[in-house]
Design a protein around this ligand. Structure first.
Ligand code: C5P
Length: 237
């Protein structure tokens, strides 16, 4: 049986819906991703309720602050037993180094495995007009590579980037960085606010290690069928 490649983003404020989707989808997933919407509605108790289902949890709160504050947040997150968490690489290398130390300390203090720390590079909702408006010179790819370099230097486990940039990152950093890609749209799904997208199969062919997929699964009239058909598409030669 092949290892599952998809983290499903449960962007819902509703604990029961999250629990229901998790129970239904988890056997076919690498894990579930909980982000800001779920966290603001359900808080830590909501995260802990889903951890009880024994499904790997990717806690996507995208910490971005001065090193001491970001490290404090990551230290606490690492005590929860989540499998993955995210920080913004644009917080800078000192922040990234501080959060890696804190992830180790937090996990060790409760004898749990350290969560893998992923650095968000450039949001997949930004196109090149928007990246230049916020002050990144040049194309998003250049900025993504620069930020991936900071993540690699600081010892992060991987980065979050558009599947369009996965080949560049794999070429530059090889196996040192996991590449996790949101911005995935099966051919039949609406693009929504995502700009730099590829299909699941294309993203994996580009070198992505894991895919984050939200609305194409959760907003489908039949989420399980939507996930199974993506998995089938990935497995097909
Ligand atoms: O619904 P959709 O498939 O667009 O969900 C993508 C998920 O990945 C969202 O939860 C979003 O917060 C997250 N994400 C992203 N781009 C990044 C980092 C995270 O879309 N660079």
């Amino acid at each position: 049986m092949e290892e599952h490649k998809i983290f499903c983003a449960l962007d819902t404020p509703d604990l029961e819906e999250a629990r229901k989707l998790t129970a239904m989808l988890a056997p076919h997933l690498a894990g579930i991703k909980l982000g800001l919407e779920f966290f603001m509605a359900q808080g830590l108790l909501g995260v802990k309720a889903l951890l009880l289902l024994n499904v790997p949890i990717f806690l996507d709160l995208k910490f971005h602050d001065i090193p001491n504050t970001a490290a404090g947040a990551v230290r606490e997150a690492a005590k929860l037993g989540v499998a993955y968490l995210t920080v913004h690489t644009s917080g800078g290398e000192a922040m990234l180094r501080a959060v890696m130390d804190a992830a180790n300390e937090g996990a060790q203090s409760v004898n749990k495995p350290r969560p893998k720390v992923l650095g968000v590079t450039v949001l997949t909702s930004l196109n090149s007009a928007e990246t230049s408006a916020i002050g990144f010179a040049g194309q998003p790819e250049k900025q993504v590579l620069r930020l991936a370099g900071l993540a690699a230097n600081a010892g992060l486990d991987g980065i979050v980037a558009s599947p369009l940039e996965a080949p560049l990152i794999k070429q530059a950093f090889g196996a040192t960085l996991l590449v996790v890609t949101p911005g995935i749209r099966p051919l039949t799904a609406a693009v929504g606010d995502q700009q730099r997208t590829l299909t699941p199969k294309q993203a994996l062919a580009n070198g992505a290690d894991y895919l984050v997929i939200g609305r194409p699964i959760t907003q489908s009239p039949d989420p399980l069928q939507a996930l199974l058909s993506i998995n089938q598409d990935i497995a097909a030669q």
